[in-house]
Write a protein that binds this ligand. Structure first.
Ligand code: GLN
Length: 223
């Protein structure tokens, strides 16, 4: 299961197929493990539920390891380190995460970006209850909202943020102001798949094929 709205990790290519670093990685791992692999594209916020109920067996979706998610799924060892980026129009007065207090912000629903900017009892940075968080199913729709002036910023992971800014470089810029996050593959709790995935991913690190895949999608992997 994935959400093909997160280039370069997963996106729909010109042939209408799910493509990206994550897709290449999971196909390599599962074929090595002797499994057939069918990629199911769904909303990001539905992935963990579908994994728990057996609709899918594995999730790879640039998914950050969080304590809350760890209660529902087993994560593999991490394969990528990211941060959240704040995308703003060039010339914006927003220069820190704190500046988003009281502003309008677009996020992808159910992501760590959503968690970081939504005021809650545990959110120590965004404390202004007047902050408006607009949740979108697609990062592209959040970007359109920013370009149309419907929000003051988009908060999204660093790698897709760079792609979005590159595609709108005369209008948008981005900066990061959050701690690091780690992406991992999620498996159903208690399944033996996570251990197998770790073993095969170690093999791909050792033989250089993980790096080759990163190069193909212009990604710099964590050390
Ligand atoms: N890394 C973020 C998260 O896990 C966003 C992932 C995504 O949008 N595909 O919430």
């Amino acid at each position: 299961g994935t959400n093909a709205e997160f280039a370069p990790f997963e996106y729909i290519n010109d042939d209408g197929e799910c493509d990206g670093f994550d897709i290449g990685l999971i196909k390599a791992i599962l074929s090595e493990a002797g499994y057939d692999c069918e990629v199911v594209n769904m909303e990001f916020k539905s992935l963990i539920g579908s994994l728990t109920t057996g609709g899918i067996d594995v999730t790879i979706a640039g998914m950050t390891i969080t304590d809350e998610r760890k209660q529902s799924v087993d994560f593999s060892t991490p394969y990528y380190t990211a941060t959240q980026c704040i995308i703003v129009p060039i010339g914006s007065d927003i220069t820190s995460l704190d500046d988003l207090n009281g502003r309008k912000v677009a996020v992808q629903e159910g992501t760590t970006g959503d968690l970081i900017v939504t005021p809650s009892d545990t959110n120590e940075i965004i404390t202004d209850k007047n902050t408006v968080v607009k949740q979108f199913k697609k990062a592209s729709d959040a970007t359109v909202e920013l370009l149309n002036g419907g929000v003051d910023a988009v908060v999204i992971d660093s790698s897709p943020a760079k792609k979005i800014v590159a595609a709108n470089e005369s209008k948008l810029t981005c900066f990061n102001d959050t701690s690091e996050e780690e992406y991992a593959i999620a498996c159903r709790k208690g399944s033996d798949l996570a251990a197998k995935i770790n073993e095969l991913m170690d093999g791909m690190k050792a033989d250089g094929s993980l790096q080759a895949l990163a190069d193909k999608y212009s990604l710099t992997l964590a050390e």
